[in-house]
Structures are given as structure tokens and as C-alpha cells.
Design a protein around this ligand. Structure first.
Ligand code: HSE
Length: 376
């Protein structure tokens, strides 16, 4: 039973992750019975979207005082806004619940990284202890844990490497458009050769290479061709030679699951020409020779969205690809087998929509869980 109407501030709801979040919240009725207050960094005073609360105008996302009186703030505005406004809003005395899709606050001691199908117990204990900062995890980490997190929770993992195949969406909306522009340019330049009968593959390849290295080829966002290529670098260099994306794999996964001692996770993060679903190839050193059937059963039982894909070609091509998964909440895990290195070495491949379980879904579910806790 609702006892009072919660006031929920929404920031960054118009961007790509924010739009997916708004769609999911509408589909699930997440804002029913609450009073949403929409904020903007650029269109203050214009009409706010009416999601059932009636006519209202956009509030100023740069004015800390404008957030006073809200019970919850949900932001997909990005790390720069969080870094600027979170301290100001807290300093103004605001003690409500902050739910954030950006990475800025993830590793703060007083923030919980939310992925409730795996760490609901951590969230509930933190709520009881007074935590009020909740942050969505890195997309690659959340998707890997939705697929294989149960193996860590059972104490079966000694270490893991993750070789990622990350979609353009993880780099941003402009990057998705740039990928398709690159594809168009490649296809357009090669159209005559493709349409001509009996064009040799090497002739076609020379044309594509010429296009990829041509001055007009669109690379402003990625800095290099992604279509027809792959980019083995995501985010910034760390002192140990890893990238920040690779570092997140270890620190965030361990924090989400609360693993002590930590389980080493490392690998290489690679951008590929998929649109919005990330894939990962995993090598797992097991703590003992766990039978493959037990591993498959554990994964299949772990969340209602996780699905074990039979290790055959037809099933893998039909269900274990970004093209098959995009736009869905399904997390397929396949190519499961023991490696020739020995019975304690497991390999797996998993895929997930980077904008759903990788970004919006943990955020909307956290809002729902907090509403349950707050009895409103
Ligand atoms: N950093 C991720 C990527 C997306 O570049 O794919 C956000 O978690």
C-alpha cells in the first residue's frame, strides 16, 4: 500500500540510455503513483513530458536548490554532470536516494553498484545501513555477471580472462551513427564492383582498403575505421598497461559480488562493428574440476533472463549473437566446454544488450526496489 507520493527527479532522460530507460519505465509502469519531476541542462522552462503527472515544465539541472524536496534522483546525464552536481546537491543538505547510470561514483565507498539479480542481498543490507547512493555498473561487467556471475558466487572461479567484442553504442549515440556511415561509404564505393558479374574478391578487397584509408572516410568519433576492422582499445591507458575498461572488469565485478579475497579478472576490451549488444569470450580457471553439466545447470538457474545455448552451430548462430539479442533482455551463454588445458579450464561466450541490462535495466529496477523499501 502506498503511504505517500514519492517525488522523483529525472535527469538525462532524453539521451540514448535515458530514452531506453524511459521506454522501459513506461512499459513496466515504474512511475505509477509517483510524482516525476523532469530536469534539463539546456531547455529549462519548456514543457516536460507528461507521463501521467499532468502538465509541468523542465527544471534547471544546474541549480542544486531545484532538487530540494525530491525523494529520489535518477540520472542518465553522464559523469561530468554527476561530478559537478552530486557534491553541490548533497552539500545543500539533500539526503534522498541518488540513482546514477554514470561511472563517476561507482567506486566510492558509500556507493553500491546495483545489479539486483546478482546482488539484491548487498543492496538490501546497504539500504538498511543507510546507503543512499546507487550506481549502475559498467555495461560489460553487468552483462558478464548476468551470464556467469553465479560461478563466482559458488566459489568455482579462481581467475577469469574476458576478451570483449563491444558494440558501437557503448561509445555513444554519435558513434553508432558513425559506424553506419562507415558501412554506407564502404558499400557505396564498392557498389559497382558488387553489381558487376564475377568481380574477384581481391579486387573488392582493394576497393574496400582504398575506402578505409581515404580522406573522406568518417572517423571523427572512433578515430579509426570500425566497419571492416576492429579497435583493440576502449577508454584510457592505466599505469599497468591495461585500459580503464579492462580495469573496471576486475574492480567492479569484485565490488558488485562483494568477493573477498578478490578473484582476478583481466583481458582485452575490443570495439567491434555491432550496434548495441556486447559479446565476450571468457576463459575461466575453475577452483576444481566442476562437471560441465553442473556448470550449465548453475548458469541456467541463475537468473530468469540467463539462457544456456547448446554448443552447436545452428543454435549459436541463431541465439548467441548481437543481432539475435539486441532489443531483448535475454542473456545467452554458450560455447561452454572444457579447454584442452585441463578439466579446470572452462570457456564460454556470452552476449547482452548494452543499453538494457548493460545500462537502463539495473537503474529502473533499483528505482522499483527503493520504492518498495520506502513503502511508496
Ligand atoms: N564503457 C562501455 C563501452 C560502455 O565503451 O562499451 C559503458 O559502460
Amino acid at each position: 500500500m502506498s503511504t505517500r507520493t514519492l517525488r522523483i527527479g529525472l535527469v538525462g532522460w532524453r539521451g540514448m540510455v535515458g530514452s531506453v530507460l524511459m521506454d522501459r519505465m513506461a512499459a513496466e509502469g515504474d512511475l505509477a503513483g509517483a510524482e516525476p519531476v523532469f530536469f534539463s541542462t539546456s531547455q529549462v522552462g519548456q514543457a516536460a513530458p507528461d507521463v501521467g503527472q499532468g502538465a509541468a515544465v523542465l527544471q534547471d539541472a544546474h541549480d542544486a536548490a531545484a532538487f530540494a524536496g525530491l525523494d529520489i534522483i535518477v540520472t542518465c546525464q553522464g559523469g561530468a554532470w554527476t561530478k559537478s552536481m552530486y557534491p553541490q546537491i548533497r552539500a545543500a543538505g539533500w539526503t534522498g536516494h541518488w540513482i546514477d547510470a554514470a561511472s563517476a561514483l561507482r567506486m566510492a565507498d558509500d556507493a553500491v553498484i546495483v545489479l539486483d539479480p546478482l546482488n539484491r542481498h548487498v543492496m538490501d543490507e546497504a539500504f538498511a545501513a543507510g546507503t543512499n547512493t546507487w550506481v549502475g555498473g559498467n555495461c560489460t561487467v553487468s552483462l558478464m555477471l548476468m551470464g556467469l556471475g553465479t560461478l563466482f558466487q559458488r566459489g568455482w572461479v579462481e581467475w577469469m580472462t574476458s576478451m570483449t567484442y563491444q558494440a558501437a553504442s557503448g561509445a555513444g549515440a554519435k558513434n553508432m551513427a558513425e559506424l553506419v556511415s562507415q558501412m554506407r561509404k564502404i558499400g557505396g564505393d564498392a557498389a559497382g564492383l558488387l553489381d558487376a558479374p564475377r568481380t574477384a574478391a581481391l579486387t573488392l578487397d582493394r576497393q574496400v582498403s582504398t575506402t578505409l584509408s581515404s580522406d573522406g572516410f568518417p572517423t571523427a568519433n572512433f578515430g579509426a575505421p570500425l566497419a571492416g576492422s576492429v579497435l583493440p582499445w576502449i577508454d584510457t591507458l592505466q599505469p599497468d598497461g591495461s585500459t580503464r575498461e579492462e580495469l573496471k572488469g576486475h574492480v567492479e565485478a569484485n565490488k558488485i559480488l562483494g568477493l573477498t579475497p578478490e578473484v582476478p579478472i583481466d583481458g582485452i576490451c575490443v570495439r567491434v562493428g555491432a550496434m548495441r549488444s556486447h559479446a565476450q569470450a571468457l576463459t575461466i580457471k575453475l577452483t576444481r574440476d566442476v562437471p560441465l553439466a553442473d556448470i550449465e545447470a548453475a548458469i541456467a538457474d541463475s537468473t530468469e533472463w540467463t539462457e544456456v545455448i547448446t554448443n552447436d552451430k545452428a543454435e549459436s548462430l541463431a541465439k548467441l549473437t548481437p543481432a539475435a539479442v539486441s532489443g531483448t533482455l535475454t542473456i545467452p551463454v554458450g560455447r561452454l566446454r572444457k579447454l584442452r588445458m585441463g578439466p579446470e579450464y572452462l570457456t564460454a561466450f556470452t552476449v547482452g544488450d548494452q543499453l538494457l541490462w548493460g545500462a537502463a535495466e539495473p537503474i529502473r529496477r533499483t528505482l522499483k526496489i527503493l520504492r518498495e523499501h520506502l513503502g511508496a
